[in-house]
Design a protein around this ligand. Structure first.
Ligand code: SF4
Length: 210
């Protein structure tokens, strides 16, 4: 895609979705860490229903570090792989207490040392909870950025992140990520994208190549 079209598209995306937020509900970086671990291969709505009650009872790494996975069953048993995820959350809580004074670290390198935290989750925490510039490559951003023609079709998640970082100004990385995630959920579905009502169709490579 030509540079001027890329720029036009980025501006349009930020204009249509100026201030999107994550769908996961959280009240602190630690709660977002817990919610994002629970959200792997699970719907955000199901996670939000669970964490609404969970976070009324357990809120901090200290609270979670004292638990056994079974203690979380009443709250999270409807979530896929709940037992494994409970183990990961409890381990992560212990690590935060032992190595980070009970706080979620604010650097990607440190976040990646937490078992269960990959690049997507680390970036989600940096961007969503700490307000730092981060490109969050979830399934929606991956699909939409490829369909639009902003990144190459075969790019792996780390390559998608690198390509987006090259074309979007750093101050807009998080905002742009959340915008494409919203667009993927709302209009550019994996199956049957609603191209006829898409505000980006005139610039979209997928649409214009059909
Ligand atoms: S035109 Fe269609 S494929 Fe392209 S971004 Fe919009 S919904 Fe997705």
């Amino acid at each position: 895609m030509k540079a001027y079209k890329v720029q036009k598209l980025i501006n349009k995306v930020l204009e249509v979705y100026p201030d999107e937020k994550l769908d996961l509900k959280f009240g602190s970086p630690f709660e977002l860490l817990v919610a994002s671990i629970l959200s792997a291969r699970a719907k955000d709505e199901v996670v939000n229903q669970a964490t609404e009650k969970l976070f009324q009872v357990y809120k901090t790494p200290e609270d979670f570090s004292k638990l056994k996975p079974e203690d979380l069953e009443p709250f999270i048993s409807r979530i896929n792989y709940w037992y494994k995820k409970a183990q990961i959350i409890i381990e992560a809580s212990k690590l935060l207490l032992e190595s980070y004074g009970g706080k979620v670290p604010e650097s990607k390198d440190e976040l990646l040392k937490i078992k269960g935290v990959g690049s997507k989750t680390a970036n989600m925490i940096l961007g969503g909870a700490f307000g730092k510039p981060a490109v969050v490559v979830d399934t929606h951003l991956d699909r939409v950025s490829k369909r639009l023609g902003l990144v190459s079709e075969k790019a792996k998640p780390d390559e998608v992140e690198a390509e987006i970082k090259k074309i979007v100004p750093e101050k807009d990385w998080t905002r742009f990520s959340f915008a494409l995630m919203r667009h993927g959920k709302k209009i550019c579905h994996a199956k049957n994208p609603e191209c006829e009502s898409c505000p980006f169709s005139d610039l979209c490579e997928f649409f214009n190549s059909r």
